[in-house]
Design a protein. Structure first.
Length: 263
């Protein structure tokens, strides 16, 4: 069974009062979540990313399935797939958090759709903006992995939460972590890679994921990078030796040498 996700986000004023809408259903059309989330004051692009984060929060609570995610923001989709770099300092932490949450899903893909194909998510976002609070029409039960859709039928009137708005952070504190050097030892196939990795290119991982890597390469590298960052050295030598990692996309072909800075 596949899970189908539509999300949208926007603000009135850019920046201004903002909200996001999320719709999740299975491939039979059964609704699992229909909600609008009030976000407070932010830009349109920040609201789009917050819509994705709310959708991923819900997906993590559902059983593992193939996930297809749709957005009418071409910028966001191309940034998530690695085709575009994230230059805005307001979007970088949201982009990084989205990647962290995507790693918790087994199988997923994200696609751009025209606005008319994303109408329901847009409606929910606009309702939340108008009410100044969350609007929940179909709600997931519980927070565990076995959570499913509510057995209660959706109310004809939206449920409005008047509590203080949930604003996703747009800045993150600087966290000092050991640097890990990733060198491309074999180039990716430029015909299939959305963010080609030329041979000898060097990326540095510290507290953040470096720019220029597609989601497949980042997914393949992160576990090794984290191991090198979190295992303390022994007698001045790295506890985890340098390792070779291949891109998780089978037809890419990129190979990376991963080692602690100075190893």
């Amino acid at each position: 069974m596949a899970l189908i996700v539509h999300f949208d986000g926007g603000s009135r004023g850019n920046p201004g009062p903002a909200a996001a809408g999320v719709v999740i259903h299975d491939d039979a059309g059964t609704p699992l979540l229909e909600a609008g989330y009030f976000l407070g004051r932010m830009t349109n692009n920040q609201a789009e990313y917050n819509g994705l984060l709310h959708a991923l929060d819900a997906l993590i609570r559902l059983p593992d399935d193939e996930v297809v995610i749709y957005s009418d923001s071409e910028l966001l989709v191309r940034q998530i797939t690695g085709e575009y770099r994230v230059k805005s300092p307001d979007l970088k932490p949201l982009h990084e958090e989205a990647h962290r949450r995507l790693l918790k899903l087994d199988t997923w893909r994200i696609q751009h759709v025209r606005r008319e194909k994303n109408r329901r998510a847009d409606q929910l976002a606009n309702r939340a903006m108008s009410h100044g609070g969350d609007v929940i029409e179909v709600e997931l039960l519980g927070a565990g992995a076995d959570a499913g859709p509510s057995s209660k039928p959706a109310s004809k009137k939206p449920k409005v939460t008047a509590a203080s708005p949930t604003v996703m952070p747009t800045t993150m504190p600087t966290i000092m972590m050991p640097s890990v050097i990733v060198r491309v030892t074999r180039a990716s196939n430029p015909e299939v890679c959305p963010a080609p990795c030329p041979a000898k290119r060097v990326h540095t991982f510290d507290a953040t994921v470096p720019e220029g890597l597609c989601v497949n390469a980042a997914h393949a590298l992160l576990n090794t990078v984290l191991a090198l960052q979190h295992v303390p050295p022994s007698d001045g030598e790295p506890a985890v030796p340098p390792m070779t990692v291949r891109c998780s996309r089978a037809d890419c072909g990129a190979v990376f040498d991963v080692r602690c800075d100075g190893a």
